[in-house]
Design a binder for this molecule. Structure first.
Ligand SMILES: Cc1cc2nc3c(=O)[nH]c(=O)nc-3n(C[C@H](O)[C@H](O)[C@H](O)COP(=O)(O)OP(=O)(O)OC[C@H]3O[C@@H](n4cnc5c(N)ncnc54)[C@H](O)[C@@H]3O)c2cc1C
Length: 498
């Protein structure tokens, strides 16, 4: 018996002893603690049941792991150490068939299914407690299709994708963090330094292999009804995308940045800088990206652009430079090196991040921004970041072909907070301020939120993430995941479900 078979047998035995062989319909209780499972003796009746289920689930397409397996904790590693969960089973799949088998098996056991690609979900919606996690980490191959199309497995990380496409003179407009997975990023939208010029990552999705929540495998293209839902609403809702065919863009020939810094700000100074940036940044042309990043009392304003400098950027620089402490610029033609600067931290960390609202005009936040900025400047380590949208993201073609609903906004904001293990009082201080700012925006009516920056605390998350598209998405959910097998705390619910 090889190592993999042995693993499977161990898992099957565990499952039978835990009562999973009984196929209890309608039972939603969590898995028994593993200590209890381990101490149960194997009877003849159990052995027969083990053999029966063994026949059912032995497969070359998927290997099941439980907490007893050495590989379990490695497969269960997630980027956010603040929101750890504890699944009963991890199903490591090698293809779409394996995903289908894992889903059917979870249905037999009446377990919820979560789906993990890069493991960067802020709220760890790619895991669960007591359920089954489909781990896609082996689906990380890339190849070229016709017309410079990238065909990539769901668990390819952005840095792997850039390493593959950039030397070939191509670019996939995606996020900047190198360890984010293609799966979650694309299915929730996906924006970054190139989105204003080319659209979101989901706007580059041409075809996909999709295993629905009923276990059926579909090859989907632009004409398939699920495609609209996958673009912005596909993460952890209806099924599992195993492979993506993505349109790519030509690599730019230059990459330039201007960075403004201002230190020791009070809230009045922060507001002046914010207003100046806000009134200028949305006017920048599509090849520019800009972010206003207020970290406690320190401000960084970043502008990146990959064509010649525009008059709009010159005006913005002229407005900001005199009121900032420092302005620096850089220019390069080494695009891979330039992008690597934004890859960020690669190892898991403790954090709480979340979308903090989309808006277009300053008047939409005017009534709460004083309190927001004064909370940020008096909370060291709390980060309020606002990013430019607009440009091609707002294209009406993209709007009609995707369920991503927030295309008309000029800005997307986010809150971030980080701490180290054991820094309990810092964590509590940050989370208190974090919630205060969330409450300020909510009370002010800023409710539209980015699906890829979720927060478990959003009261009306359905509308916030999906706007008016939510009810149509509920119908799609009913069709492709009729038993609500793929689910997490903020997954799309069927219309008749509470
Ligand atoms: C450090 C950091 C930087 C980030 N930077 C950016 C950025 O620049 N731009 C941006 O747009 N976003 C960014 N994000 C947000 C990121 O897009 C989301 O966290 C994204 O969902 C992560 O995808 P993942 O595959 O890594 O995560 P996972 O945790 O594996 O998955 C996230 C969600 O997608 C679902 N999912 C994953 N794969 C599949 C699949 N194949 N089929 C169905 N559902 C699936 C999961 O179930 C889960 O609900 C960043 C996040 C972090 C932590």
């Amino acid at each position: 018996m090889n190592h993999t078979d042995e693993n499977r047998r161990k898992v099957i035995k565990t499952l039978v002893l835990a009562g999973f062989g009984l196929h209890i319909v309608g039972c939603t209780s969590p898995v028994e603690p593993k200590e209890k499972i381990k101490s149960t003796p194997i009877s003849d009746k159990d052995s027969t049941a083990i053999e029966k289920i063994e026949d059912e689930i032995l497969s070359n397409n998927v290997t099941y792991f439980t907490q007893d397996n050495d590989e379990f904790s490695k497969l269960g590693t997630y980027f956010n150490l603040h929101t750890q969960k504890s699944p009963a089973i991890i199903a490591l799949v090698v293809n779409a068939e394996g995903v289908s088998e894992a889903i059917l098996h979870a249905k037999e056991l009446n377990l919820p299914v979560s789906v993990k690609s890069g493991g960067h979900s802020f709220e760890q919606f790619s895991s669960n407690t007591g359920g089954l996690v489909i781990n896609l980490s082996l689906l990380n191959e890339m190849k070229w299709g016709n017309n410079n199309e990238l065909i990539a497995g769901s668990a390819c990380l952005l840095r792997e994708i850039y390493d593959f496409v950039l030397p070939a003179g191509r670019l996939l407009p995606a996020g900047s963090c190198g360890t984010v997975g293609l799966g979650g990023l694309t299915l929730g939208g996906g924006y970054g330094l190139f989105a204003r010029e080319y659209g979101l990552t989901c706007d580059h999705l041409l075809e996909a292999t999709f295993v629905d929540g009923n276990g059926k495998i579909h090859k989907v293209d632009q004409n398939h009804p699920i495609m609209w839902a996958l673009k912005g609403g596909g993460n952890g809702n209806f099924g599992v995308v195993t492979s993506f065919k993505m349109k790519t863009q030509p690599i730019p020939t230059q990459f330039n940045t201007t960075k403004f810094k201002a230190y020791k700000l009070d809230s009045i100074q922060a507001k002046e800088l914010f207003k100046t940036w806000f009134d200028n940044a949305y006017l920048l042309p599509g090849h520019c990206f800009s972010a206003f990043v207020l970290n406690g009392r320190t401000l960084t304003i970043l502008v990146t652009y990959f064509k010649d400098k525009s008059s709009e950027l010159e005006s913005m620089e002229a407005a900001l430079s005199p009121i900032c402490d420092k302005t620096t610029t850089s220019n390069t033609i080494d695009i891979p090196k330039a992008l690597k600067r934004y890859y960020g931290i690669t190892h898991p960390i403790y954090f709480k991040n979340a979308s903090a609202g989309y808006y277009s005009k300053f008047s939409e936040i005017e009534d709460c921004i004083d309190d927001v900025l004064s909370t940020v400047v008096t909370t060291p380590g709390l980060i309020y970041q606002v990013n430019t949208l607009g440009g091609k993201i707002a294209s009406s073609n993209f709007e009609s072909s995707s369920c991503y609903p927030h295309r008309s906004y000029n800005y997307l904001s986010e809150l971030q907070s980080y701490w180290n293990e054991g820094e309990t009082s810092k964590k509590e201080m940050l989370l208190r301020a974090f919630t205060k700012v969330q409450d300020l925006f909510y009370a002010n009516g800023n409710r539209a939120q980015y699906r890829n920056y979720p927060s478990i605390g959003f009261p009306d998350w359905e509308k916030s993430y999906y706007g008016d598209n939510y009810s149509k998405l509920q119908e799609i959910k009913k069709k492709y995941d009729s038993d609500n097998t793929i689910r997490h705390d903020q997954s799309i619910k069927q219309a008749d479900e509470t």
